[in-house]
Design a protein around this ligand. Sequence first.
Ligand code: URA
Ligand code: CA
Length: 433
Amino acid sequence: MRMVDVIEKKRDGKVLTIEEIQFFIDGYTKGDIPDYQASSLAMAVYFQDMNDDERAALTMAMVNSGDVIDLSNIEGIKVDKHSTGGVGDTTTLVLAPLVASVGVPVAKMSGRGLGHTGGTIDKLESVEGFHVEITEDKFTKLVNESKVAVIGQSGNLTPADKKLYGLRDVTGTVNSIPLIASSIMSKKIAAGADAIVLDVKTGNGAFMKTIEEAEALAHAMVRIGNNVGRKTMAIISDMGQPLGNAIGNALEVKEAIETLQGKGPKDLTELVLTLGSQMVVLGGKAKDLEEARALLKEAINNGSALERFKQFLENQDGDSSVVYDVNRLPQATYQIELPAETDGVVTEIIANEIGVASMLLGAGRQTKEDSIDLSVGIVLNKKVGDRVAQGESLLTIHANREQVDDVIEKSRASISISDNGSAPTLVHKVITE
Ligand code: URA
Ligand code: CA
């Protein structure tokens, strides 16, 4: 087989065979196929698209380009959740113990954050003693006993995707539905998921700016999942403003605890119940989304979800008393309010910009080597649709430095206030097939 023939075939709008797609992925991973041919094919796919069979073949070829995590020693249907980016996205911290408390196993492999704010592991490490450096045997044992554990990313997962994503980034071929969908799905499948729930974000803080684009991506991923034997569902949710109120590591753990107590922000709670219901259905613990939602609400109301979070922290050597006393989490020295300059209604809080403001405080990494300050961040006191009076606090900056003019400037620039406005729709669509 010759790579140039594969490129020409796709360029001319024809359908590639499984063998041709495997030939490309194998050759590219090994270094036999050069970047210029891979980028040429990526551009051909960008313009000519791929059908369902090609997308499934591309996904599985990328899965098999590296290690595949074997979770077969863990009982039950392992459901993984993926969110296509987000700022202050506390959902994983809440969802993991919540769905575990109704019997769905959560075997989470997680990474550290880059940019904006920390990743799930960084957030959890703001609990004194908590760590993810556990053996695979212990990981398996913990998930079987408590239904939830988190382990640091290990192994060589989807090297083909890493290489191809890097290439797409510099060749104008990131924004292609078949390429994005196979990239995301290959990583979830290689991480051992039996079933997958996707939270596709739309809005100014997201990758997919319009609902239509987000929906097309969601459908593409759901189809790939179902075609390769992993039941998959998706929702389209709004990322026109940060989710919940807290942005920053320890601040988000506090918010997660409050949400598990039933006292969390409305939007975060709603998103968690929507995604959690899909996870519970796919995990076989409820017959439909309605029954699943009732189970989850019950677990919040009767305290079992919070109790599961406590157990989870304890299992991985964390100071689990934080669930009863959030003041044990790291706290920043200074709390600085940002007052509104006029009366009105908040009409916009640009999520990415607030994320950057939080990063300026030290909550996120600019490079992989940076260390982060777990205590700092931003807490929104007003959300889009809220009325505000001049002088009232829009947000609170949690800082370990006294002078925060840069953060104030960035925060101000990200918030718009106008005469009228309303709260955005949070969940635009629920996609079950
Ligand atoms: N995120 C991914 O993991 N892959 C893409 O192609 C785009 C976004
Ligand atoms: Ca949040």
